[in-house]
Each structure stands twice: as structure tokens, then as C-alpha cells.
Design a protein around this ligand. Structure first.
Ligand code: DAH
Length: 373
């Protein structure tokens, strides 16, 4: 049989096999059986070596063209099969975006009201240009007391019912922080190496006191606030608290009363009372002529500034501290503080928040419609 006859048959059968390849793997087999080392076209090309010069001059270009045609056909078929495979994959991965979101484990989980309220507080103060600072739960005496102008013999130390650790190797007794005020010290100290003053931050977090009844738990939450700048005064403090409380309780206006008090780290010191009205068991905030105490505040004591190396002749500022659990109870009508930390799923399901419901001033602070669903 002449080589040319054979090559026509080879081409016909390979072309048919290419056209019949239904997937990329089959097409690859066809390619190997034609163009691979031991393939039919490669074998054909090898026969050129045994030919006379004239015959080779004729068959050489013909065989090479045959190889090129087959290569092209394979490439064309490959492109078709690849596009089919992609379409099939896309079709199989298609999702109907108009379907409603199904109830899944993510939706049945709940955000604890304390976390929710911390996020709400942070969103409001962030909008006013405050940073959010953090400090350790385990503190030393200096940051929790001394630097805050509460010296060793000060009666305020007894007031705090502190949880102390056993003395460490250096004889130092660490403690669980009794308030978030030490974060004032740590953040201002850190600022000395870099950014501040001025300072403007809040510090929400856990605090601990050896105390337990219906309105006290050994672990509770506070939010500290501090602003230190050259001309910061009590008017700024009052406006900040008022604006915060109105935003937090989602009312247009709220009156507050700053009642003279005593804290070692502020001078003058004031207790913060907010306007409210009692309606049976319910407390309505921002109306009426009753008052509810929600925290302490004052102008930062010059000795506190001195402890963090800030010259009180150049800088002054205000500080405040509020109980987060208290704020949560008042806003969401939760009567018993102890239930916060009982880890009772029924309670969490009732008072908790849907995870996707992230508090923000533009999207709504507390999507109350979703709460408790
Ligand atoms: N640290 C105080 C406490 O736990 C609360 C407090 C009062 C914080 C006045 C302040 C402040 O920053 O200025 O009882």
C-alpha cells in the first residue's frame, strides 16, 4: 500500500475521532494516539527517513501539512469542549439570588446583649471621633490605684472590694481591675511615646469586684471615656454625655444632671443622672422629671496627668465611667443582672441579637424589630 493512501485513511480516521471526542480526556487520548511519540502521524513522519530523496521531497511537505491540519483540528475541538465544560460548570453552580435566605445555624445564633450594647456604644463614640482603647483585665496596683490618685492608705481602696492574686515572685500582688479607669493611664502612657496628647478615646471592658446580689455580679462591664486637650472643659463633657445618651436610647433629646460627688482621679467630680419617667415597671428615658444615675465623671485630676507625664499647665480634660450592663438593662428592659451571666439559652434567644444585625448610626443602632426573634 502506498504511503499516500495510508495517510488519507489515517487523516480520515483521526478527524472522525476528534469530532467524536465528547470530552477533553478523550480528545487528549486521540491527540496522543496521533501526535504522541508512538502516534500514527509520528510513525508516518518516521517513514520519511527510509524514502528516496524524490519521494521524500513529495511526501515530506504532505505529511507535515497533515500533521498541521490534525493539530489545528485538535485545537479547535479543544476550544469547543472547554467552552462547553465551562458552561456546564457555570450552569451547575448557578444560584437563584432571588430566593429568600434560609434559616440556618448562623441565624439561630445570638449576640449577647452586652456585646450588642458595647458595639452600639463604640459606634456612637466612633462617630464623635473617639478611638476605642483596651487594657488588661489583670492589673497592677499602680495602674488600678496609685496612678489614679488612690494612694495605699486611701479609703477608696476598701470601697472597691478588690480581687487580689497571691503575691508573685517579686512580692507584687496583681489584681483583677476594679474599674476601666486604669485604661486611661495605660493609653496616655502609650501616647507619650508617640501620638498624644490630645487624647480622645473610650475603653469598654470587663471589670471585677467581690460583690453579688440582684444588681451586682462579681464580673461586670464598664465603659470609660477620656478627652484631654488644651481647652477641653466641663461644657464639652456635658454635651458629650448628653449626645451619647440621646443616640444610645434613640431619643431626640435627653436632659442630664451632673451631681457633685467625689472620685480621687477627677476634680471636680460629678455623678451623671439622666432624665426618666417610671410607668409601672417600665422606665421611659428622656421624658418626665425623675432621675436615674448611670455613671461618674469629672475633670481629670492634675495628679493623674502628672503620673503619665502630661503637664497640667498645658493640658486638661474630662473623664467618665458608666456601667454597660446597667445601660443594657435600661435600654432593653432586662430586669435581673444575674441572668446576663447564667448562659441560659432561652434567655439569650429572647434578649439576644441576630448576628447580621451590626449596629451602626446609618443603618440603625439596634434593629429592635429583629431583637428577640
Ligand atoms: N472608675 C469609677 C468607678 O468604677 C467610675 C468613674 C467615675 C470613671 C468618674 C471616671 C470618672 O472616669 O471620671 O466607680
Amino acid at each position: 500500500m502506498s504511503a499516500q493512501d495510508n495517510s488519507t485513511e489515517i487523516e480520515t480516521s483521526i478527524s472522525a475521532a476528534i469530532a467524536a471526542s465528547a470530552d477533553l480526556a478523550t480528545l487528549e487520548d486521540v491527540r496522543v494516539s496521533a501526535l504522541g511519540k508512538k502516534g500514527s502521524i509520528s510513525a508516518l513522519l518516521k517513514t520519511l527517513g527510509g524514502m528516496s530523496n524524490e519521494e521524500r521531497q513529495e511526501k515530506g511537505p504532505a505529511f507535515n501539512q497533515l500533521r498541521d491540519r490534525i493539530t489545528e483540528q485538535i485545537a479547535a475541538r479543544k476550544a469547543v469542549l472547554e467552552s462547553q465544560a465551562l458552561s456546564a460548570q457555570l450552569a451547575s453552580e448557578q444560584q437563584d439570588m432571588s430566593l429568600p435566605v434560609e434559616a440556618d445555624p448562623l441565624l439561630s445564633g445570638r449576640i449577647h446583649p452586652v456585646s450588642q450594647v458595647m458595639d452600639e456604644i463604640s459606634a456612637i463614640f466612633a462617630d464623635m471621633g473617639f478611638d476605642v482603647a483596651e487594657g488588661p483585665d489583670i492589673e497592677d496596683d499602680f495602674h488600678n490605684f496609685t496612678a489614679l490618685n488612690i494612694p495605699e492608705v486611701h479609703p477608696a481602696r476598701q470601697m472597691h472590694d478588690t480581687f487580689y492574686f497571691h503575691p508573685n515572685d517579686e512580692g507584687e500582688r496583681l489584681l483583677l481591675r476594679t474599674h476601666t479607669s486604669p485604661v486611661q493611664i495605660r493609653t496616655m502612657q502609650a501616647g507619650q511615646d508617640g501620638a498624644g496628647p490630645p487624647f480622645r478615646f473610650i475603653a469598654p471592658g470587663r471589670t471585677y469586684r467581690c460583690d453579688s446580689d440582684q444588681t451586682h455580679t462579681p464580673m461586670f462591664h464598664q465603659v470609660e471615656g477620656l478627652v484631654v486637650d488644651k481647652t477641653t472643659h466641663m461644657g464639652h463633657l456635658k454635651w458629650t454625655l448628653q449626645a451619647f445618651l440621646a443616640a444610645f436610647f434613640e431619643v431626640d433629646n435627653i436632659a442630664i444632671r451632673l451631681r457633685p460627688s467625689y472620685f480621687p482621679f477627677t476634680e471636680p467630680s460629678m455623678e451623671i443622672d439622666m432624665q426618666c419617667r417610671r410607668d409601672g415597671n417600665q422606665l421611659i428615658v428622656g421624658e418626665g422629671d425623675d432621675w436615674m444615675e448611670i455613671g461618674g465623671s469629672g475633670m481629670v485630676h492634675p495628679k493623674v496627668l502628672a503620673h503619665v507625664g502630661i503637664d497640667a499647665d498645658d493640658y486638661q480634660g474630662f473623664a467618665f465611667g458608666m456601667g454597660i450592663d446597667r445601660l443594657a438593662m435600661l435600654k432593653y428592659g432586662m430586669p435581673d443582672l444575674r441572668a446576663f451571666f447564667d448562659a441560659d439559652l432561652r434567655w439569650l434567644k429572647h434578649y439576644g441579637f441576630v448576628p447580621f444585625d451590626v449596629p451602626g448610626l446609618s443603618g440603625g443602632l439596634s434593629n429592635k424589630a429583629l431583637a428577640g426573634k
